[in-house]
Design a protein around this ligand. Structure first.
Ligand SMILES: [Zn+2]
Length: 395
C-alpha cells in the first residue's frame, strides 16, 4: 500500500488534473485497490500555479507494487508526457502562464509529514524542498503532488466532480439542469452551488476544461447524492463519470491563526473601490470584488483598531479575506453653544472656540461622537469572490 500524488497535468486549454487522475484510476490493474481520491488546494500565489491550484492524491493498495509501478510508468509516458511544456492561449485568464511542468510521486511507505502540506498551503515552496518519494516523475508538479500526499485531513469537505464526454471537452458552454441545481443548493450539507445574490452557478468552472461540474458538500454522502442527482437530471448533458473527492476546500488551512491585529494609520480608496489600509502592521488591501470587506475598509479612519486574516504577498502586502473592527476612534467635533445650540468654531490654534451667533467664547474643547460601525463582527467577500480554501463565516 502507498500513496500516489499528481499535479499540474492541466494547461488552461485542455486537460485537468482531476480528469487525469480519473483516467489513471479507470485503467488500474485488477490487483490494485484505490480509496477515495483527494483534491488539495495549495498556496494561491505560487509562482508556477496551475489554474485552480489543485493537486490530487489517492491511496493505492496492492500486493504487486512492481506491477503497479510498471502501470504508472506507462500511464505517465502515454497520458502526461505529451502535455509537458504546453502553454495556454486562453482568454479566460490574463495571468502569465508557465509551460505546464507536471509531476507525479509514489510513496510506498513513509509518506511525507503534514508539515510539508502546511508549508505548501501557506507559503511558496521550492522544488528543492520536496521530500524524496519512492518513485517520482516530472518536474515542478512534484511539489503539489507531494503536498497532496502529505495532507493530514484534519479539516475536510467533499466535492463530487463529473466530467463531460471527450467530444465536449474544449467547449466553454456547459449544460447543467438549473432546477435540479436549485434543489441541490437547498440541501443542508451542500455549499457554494449557486451565488445567493446573483442566482448564478458556482459549480462549474469557466472555460474549456473537462469538468462539467463539481458539487461541494460537508459530508461525502451528500456530495455523492447531490452530484448523482445533477448528473442524471434530464437537462444535464452527458458525462463519462463522477467521483467524490475529499478536499481541503473551505477549511481556512491557508490562513495563519491568530489573525493580525493592527491600528489604522491611513485609508486610501484606489480605482474601482479597491482600498489600501496603511497600518502599524504594514499595508493591507481590500479588493474591489471583496464586498463587505471593501466597504468596511473604506469606512475606517486613522486610530481604528482592526484585525484581519489574509495572505501576505512577496511584497509583504496582506490581501484581506476576513476583516473585523475591534474599536473605532470617535469623531471629534467642537461643542455646541449652551445658549444658542449652534456648533462653536475654533478661533485658531490655542485661541479657544467662539459661538458664531452670540460670540460667547470658551477654551479649546472637543466633543467625542462614537462612530457606528457598518458591521458588528467579521466580514467576508461574497460567495463568488472567495477562495476555494476560504471557510464561510457562517460555519
Ligand atoms: Zn451662542
Amino acid at each position: 500500500m502507498g500513496w500516489l500524488g499528481l499535479d499540474d497535468t492541466d494547461s488552461l486549454d485542455e486537460g485537468c488534473t482531476t480528469y487525469t487522475l480519473h483516467k489513471l484510476l479507470e485503467g488500474l490493474p485488477n490487483h490494485v485497490q484505490a480509496t477515495s481520491p483527494r483534491l488539495v488546494r495549495l498556496w494561491p500565489f505560487a509562482q508556477q500555479r496551475t489554474r485552480g491550484n489543485a493537486a490530487v492524491a489517492v491511496e493505492l493498495r496492492t500486493d504487486d507494487e512492481n506491477g503497479l509501478l510498471i502501470y504508472l510508468d506507462t500511464f505517465w509516458n502515454q497520458h502526461v508526457v505529451p502535455t509537458i511544456g504546453q502553454v495556454s492561449t486562453t482568454q479566460h485568464d490574463a495571468r502569465r502562464q508557465y509551460p505546464s511542468d507536471p509531476g507525479m510521486v509514489w510513496f510506498s511507505s513513509d509518506p511525507p509529514t503534514a508539515s510539508f502540506y502546511t508549508a505548501c498551503v501557506q507559503h511558496e515552496v521550492q522544488l528543492s524542498a520536496v521530500p524524496e518519494a519512492s518513485r517520482s516523475w516530472g518536474g515542478q508538479g512534484r511539489i503539489g503532488a507531494t503536498a497532496a500526499v502529505a495532507w493530514h485531513e484534519h479539516r475536510t469537505t467533499f466535492e463530487a466532480i463529473a466530467w463531460r464526454s471527450e467530444e465536449r471537452h474544449g467547449q466553454s458552454e456547459r449544460r447543467v439542469c438549473e432546477s435540479t441545481l436549485r434543489s441541490i443548493d437547498a440541501m443542508d450539507s451542500t455549499f457554494l452551488s449557486r451565488d445567493p445574490r446573483k442566482g448564478t452557478r458556482l459549480i462549474a468552472p469557466r472555460g474549456p476544461c473537462p469538468v462539467l461540474f463539481g458539487v461541494r458538500a460537508r459530508d461525502a454522502d451528500s456530495a455523492r447524492i447531490a452530484g448523482e442527482r445533477l448528473r442524471f437530471a434530464e437537462a444535464t448533458e452527458s458525462t463519462v463519470a463522477l467521483r467524490v473527492f475529499i478536499t481541503n476546500q473551505a477549511t481556512d488551512d491557508h490562513l495563519v491563526d491568530p489573525p493580525v491585529k493592527a491600528t489604522v494609520e491611513h485609508v486610501e480608496i484606489l480605482s474601482r473601490g479597491t482600498t489600501r489600509i496603511s497600518t502599524n502592521h504594514g499595508m493591507w488591501l481590500a479588493f474591489e470584488e471583496s464586498g463587505d470587506v471593501k466597504l468596511l475598509a473604506q469606512w475606517l479612519k486613522p486610530g481604528d483598531e482592526i484585525e484581519g486574516y489574509g495572505l501576505t504577498t512577496d511584497a509583504q502586502v496582506l490581501h484581506l479575506e476576513k476583516l473585523r473592527l475591534l474599536s473605532a476612534t470617535p469623531t471629534l467635533r467642537r461643542p455646541m453653544c449652551v445658549d444658542c445650540n449652534v456648533r462653536m468654531k475654533s478661533m485658531g490654534a490655542g485661541q479657544g472656540c467662539r459661538c458664531p451667533t452670540c460670540k460667547a467664547r470658551i477654551v479649546d474643547a472637543w466633543d467625542e461622537h462614537p462612530r457606528l460601525p457598518p458591521y458588528p463582527s467579521w466580514v467576508q467577500p461574497p460567495a463568488d469572490a472567495r477562495r476555494h480554501l476560504a471557510k464561510p463565516l457562517e460555519w
